[in-house]
Design a protein around this ligand. Structure first.
Ligand SMILES: NC(=O)c1ccc[n+]([C@@H]2O[C@H](COP(=O)([O-])OP(=O)(O)OC[C@H]3O[C@@H](n4cnc5c(N)ncnc54)[C@H](O)[C@@H]3O)[C@@H](O)[C@H]2O)c1
Ligand SMILES: [Zn+2]
Length: 377
């Protein structure tokens, strides 16, 4: 196949390009080289395989997208802005890139490039909001966001909406209701909706993948707005303690980028019903404190962790993936556990330059009222 990857110079796109080349496919990328990710040089990163055809262009431009789609059989649409906190105040940029960019791509395919045989969209676990939880009295729940008042009182657990008792986290499956809690999450839901409409109306063969917490080599070490593992590494490299929010007990589902790249290849190669949607995670919850410790041990040191009772408004307490659909329909089986994945990440990151812009983001979040401190702490 000839595959176009929008945002292909970035973290997940570049690994997907390598995985596609390894399977004998041809790859073209369309990327704007956003300075927040790639710095100001406007050069394609040196990690890109020389066999990749690179187009410097914007997914919001009908002209650039039309040119990039010429002779292509399939598309991975990854171009997006990805900072969850930042999306709350840089609203126009997030809506413009993520929603308008997807609108331009779909419109161009529907009007002039109907030959596209598969479109893979990178959505996010963010569309769920808080993960699925279980109350021993009231059963499975899909809770609404936690309130600032409770978090200021030091109550970080997700409480049952009926009896206010703390609940246990359960695997989150694709069919449950979506409760986006941030502008970023809403834009990912919009991207999904445009794809589903095109699938329903025109039979556009779209596969939607909801990635969980992706980490690994090439995740920007200079973008302070996204990627907790990269942010932690930049703190270690600067000899600074890692500040844990919510006592380090919030949980994600950490999946190595090579597993995500494999999922993308499987989604491109599998003839699924247009509009199908799959979770792509490791399938297990992992506390942020354990992530910091696994990274420190992979770096050969000990983590200096600080708990100041702080929290970020809009953070998800716990969400991990039910990957049974991806496994049974796509044949997706994640291979890389956290210890192994962290070693690969640390070996790469040690040779890279990083910048610790942590304080800058905290100042920014505080200025917009998105940062809090538990009074009880
Ligand atoms: N990394 C994660 O943990 C994660 C989790 C869930 C979903 N996702 C989604 O996966 C996709 C890829 O994320 P990533 O982590 O590789 O991010 P990334 O920032 O490394 O890559 C995104 C790429 O898109 C490019 N881009 C931005 N605006 C563009 C535009 N207007 N036109 C063309 N290119 C543009 C950037 O230059 C960058 O190279 C995104 O859609 C993101 O929302 C990522
Ligand atoms: Zn209950």
């Amino acid at each position: 196949m000839n595959v176009l990857i929008t945002g292909g110079a970035g973290f997940i796109g570049s690994h997907t390009a390598d995985a596609l080349l390894a399977c004998g496919h041809r790859v073209r990328i369309l990327d704007l080289l956003d300075p927040q990710i790639h710095g100001h040089s406007a050069k394609f990163p040196s990690y890109l395989d020389p066999r990749i055809e690179c187009i410097h262009g914007d997914v919001r431009s009908i002209k650039d997208v039309g040119r990039a789609l010429e002779d292509m059989d399939a598309v991975c649409h990854f171009a997006s802005l990805t900072g969850v906190g930042q999306s709350m105040y840089d609203v126009r940029n997030y809506v413009d890139t993520n929603c308008n960019g997807t609108a331009v791509l779909i419109e161009t395919i529907v009007k002039t490039h109907k030959n596209i045989k598969r479109l893979v969209l990178s959505s996010s676990r963010a569309v769920y909001g808080e993960g699925t939880h279980y109350c021993s009295e009231h059963g499975l729940q899909h809770p609404q966001p936690r309130t600032r008042e409770k978090m200021e009182a030091g109550i970080f657990s997700v409480l049952c909406p009926h009896c206010e008792q703390p609940m246990l986290s359960r695997p989150t499956a694709e069919a449950r209701p979506l409760y986006p809690m941030t502008v970023y999450a809403e834009t990912k839901k919009h991207q999904e909706d445009y794809c589903r409409f095109a699938a329903k109306t025109f039979g556009l063969p779209v596969t939607i993948l909801r990635y969980f917490n992706v980490y690994g080599q090439r995740q920007s070490l200079t973008n302070p707005y996204t990627g907790v593992v990269s942010i932690f590494f930049s703190r270690f490299a600067a000899g600074q303690p890692v500040v844990l929010y919510e006592k380090g007990r919030s949980e994600g589902d950490f999946v190595h980028v090579s597993d995500v790249a494999q999922a993308n290849v499987l989604a491109l190669e599998t003839d699924t019903k247009p509009g199908s949607c799959f979770n792509i995670g490791f399938g297990k919850p992992c506390a942020i404190r354990d992530v910091a410790e696994a990274l420190a041990s992979a770096c050969g040191g000990k983590a200096i962790l600080e708990d100041r009772g702080e929290f970020r408004v809009g953070d998800i307490r716990s969400c991990f993936a039910d990957i049974s659909m991806a496994s049974s329909v796509l044949g997706y089986e994640p291979q890389i556990d956290l210890a192994h994945g962290m070693k690969q990440f640390a070996n790469w990151a040690r040779g890279e330059s990083s910048s610790d812009l942590y304080q800058k983001t905290i100042d920014e979040l505080s200025r917009y009222g998105l940062f809090g401190k538990a009074k009880a702490a």
